[in-house]
Design a protein around this ligand. Structure first.
Ligand SMILES: C[S@@+](CC[C@H](N)C(=O)[O-])C[C@H]1O[C@@H](n2cnc3c(N)ncnc32)[C@H](O)[C@@H]1O
Length: 207
């Protein structure tokens, strides 16, 4: 994919993003988001990656120190209007997960929801998450990826070039394998909807 294409795509759709996603949000996304947020530590420094329009922001607590980044300035603009109503103090920044502007081992947890289907070089981004997480930190993901059902998986392989071309995100990524490649272990994985969606709990692999 041409560098910067994701940013352009999300800048273009930012104004309609919430409406476009609303059917999925009603059907299952909101419920899964709640499940994910049961897993975050009760306090500490948390980095949300690909915050988008800020749909997760209401789930943070006052004793969280939140940094939330996104590559798209228009998505961040939407998130900004949501921060004003939140209990937690939230710092927003335009940043690419492949080049995080934070020192090593400063975050207690990271969270991303529906992001690593879009990131251009996912392993590079995941290695950055590994770098900025404390050794005892936790990385929490809610992502869609290639199904483990071979029939569905092959269908997703076939459709992926068309979907990427039309909409941008990939539908056949091996995101759990990518997380492991980036230096994490994956002690927990919850499969949702034929394993197309998964809640993944990852911890830095200690050498
Ligand atoms: C499908 S949206 C999900 C937004 C939000 N997490 C949610 O759950 O509604 C993907 C988001 O990831 C962002 N994104 C894509 N590539 C990125 C990158 N390399 N670094 C940071 N954010 C990125 C996009 O701009 C977009 O806001």
């Amino acid at each position: 994919m041409k560098r910067g294409l994701d940013k352009k795509r999300y800048n273009k759709i930012a104004a309609f993003y919430d409406s476009l996603e609303s059917p999925m949000e009603l059907l299952s996304y909101s419920r899964w988001r709640k499940q994910v947020f049961q897993r975050i530590p009760k306090k500490g420094a948390i980095l949300e990656i690909g915050v988008g329009t800020g749909k997760n922001l209401s789930n943070y607590h006052r004793n969280h120190k939140i940094f939330a980044i996104d590559i798209s300035e228009n998505m961040l603009q939407r998130a900004k209007s949501r921060t004003e109503k939140q209990r937690a103090l939230i710092h927003l920044a335009q940043m690419d997960v492949e080049r995080l502007g934070f020192p090593d081992k400063v975050f207690d947890a990271t969270i991303s929801t529906y992001v690593f289907c879009s990131v251009e070089n996912p392993v590079k981004g995941l290695k950055e998450i590994r770098r900025i997480l404390k050794s005892e930190g936790i990385a929490i993901f809610l992502e869609h990826m290639r199904s483990e059902n071979e029939f569905l998986g092959k269908g997703m392989d076939f459709l992926n070039p068309f979907v990427v071309n039309a909409f941008g995100p990939n539908i056949n990524r091996y995101t759990v394998g990518n997380i492991e490649k980036a230096g994490f272990e994956v002690p927990e994985e919850e499969h949702l909807l034929s394993s197309i969606f998964r809640i993944i709990i990852a911890k830095p692999k200690l050498h």
